[in-house]
Design a protein around this ligand. Structure first.
Ligand SMILES: Nc1ncnc2c1ncn2[C@@H]1O[C@H](COP(=O)(O)OP(=O)(O)O)[C@@H](O)[C@H]1O
Ligand SMILES: [Mg+2]
Length: 256
């Protein structure tokens, strides 16, 4: 994909307001006597679509959860533009996250969007406009009044993307967003990811689907055992990975 620089997301916001880059410095996450994140150093810059790739259990989901502030490092630090970000839930949120299984309210499609917007204090005409645009951009306009939980899996995930779109985040984290979808629904999600990126949203995504990673990635961060093994342009990663672990992974061999 072509690279797009980060652009201001809301009226009055300038480039200097960007929360990126995001830097992990020696980040450790210990849980249950294990260290699934074991000294992570990485930088997420504005621009490229970043794919986090690695074997099952490598720490991809935990890395996204740490970056999004859902869990806190047990050692090391995560800096946004060289500052520690306020804890999740407080202050303006400029990042969103989409999970493999969308978490939707037992309300209509439109009400799910309205609720998310009102939590972010977007009201009135602006809320209506953002809702309608998000519905249109994700192909859900005709579903606005349907109960969200009666949507198909692919439609539910499109609604999760619409919710993210409506909030106009600077950074969108996606954890295996198409893992339970069929090829057509997957293609629809990929198209929305591309469109959000084209509007200047930084994309950080995990996928175990290497075809998808090739289609979407500008750069790859290859994780193994809770550490960064490679962080390279996507073409280098897929054509000539540096590490033995990445070569084995791409060849479909199990990496320990
Ligand atoms: N709450 C937890 N308690 C114990 N182990 C955990 C917990 N959360 C994650 N882990 C372990 O951390 C490792 C990395 O998990 P995860 O980030 O989900 O891997 P993946 O790369 O497959 O997304 C796994 O071995 C997982 O079992
Ligand atoms: Mg995972």
């Amino acid at each position: 994909m072509r690279q797009v620089a980060s652009v201001p997301r809301t009226a009055g916001e300038t480039y200097r307001d960007s929360i990126l880059p995001c830097r992990f410095e020696g980040v450790v996450y210990e849980v249950g006597g294990k260290r699934p994140i074991d000294g992570l150093d990485l930088t997420l810059e504005a621009g490229p679509v970043t794919l986090l790739i690695g074997p099952n259990g490598a720490g991809k989901s935990l890395t996204l959860r740490l970056a999004h502030g859902l869990i806190a490092p047990t050692a090391g630090q995560i800096l946004w533009q060289n500052r520690k970000l306020e804890r999740a839930g407080r202050g303006p949120r400029r990042q969103s996250m989409v999970f493999q299984k969308p978490v939707l309210l037992r309300r209509s499609v439109a009400a799910n969007l309205d609720y998310a917007l009102s939590v972010h204090r977007v009201q009135g005409e602006e809320r209506r406009q953002r809702r309608e645009e998000a519905l249109a951009r994700t192909g859900l306009t005709a579903y606005a009044r349907q109960q969200a939980r009666t949507l198909s899996g692919g439609e539910q995930q499109r609604l999760a993307m619409a919710r993210a779109w409506a909030l106009k985040p600077q950074v969108l984290f996606l954890d295996e967003p198409t893992a339970s979808l069929d090829p057509a629904a997957t293609a629809a999600i990929e198209e929305i990811v591309r469109a959000m990126h084209a509007e200047g949203c930084k994309i950080v995504m995990t996928s175990h689907d290497l075809g998808q990673a090739r289609r979407l990635a500008d750069e790859v961060i290859f994780l193994n055992r809770g550490r960064v093994v490679e962080h390279t342009p996507a073409s280098d990663f897929f054509e000539q990975p540096n590490s033995r672990a990445a070569r084995d992974f791409l060849a479909g061999k199990l990496v320990w």
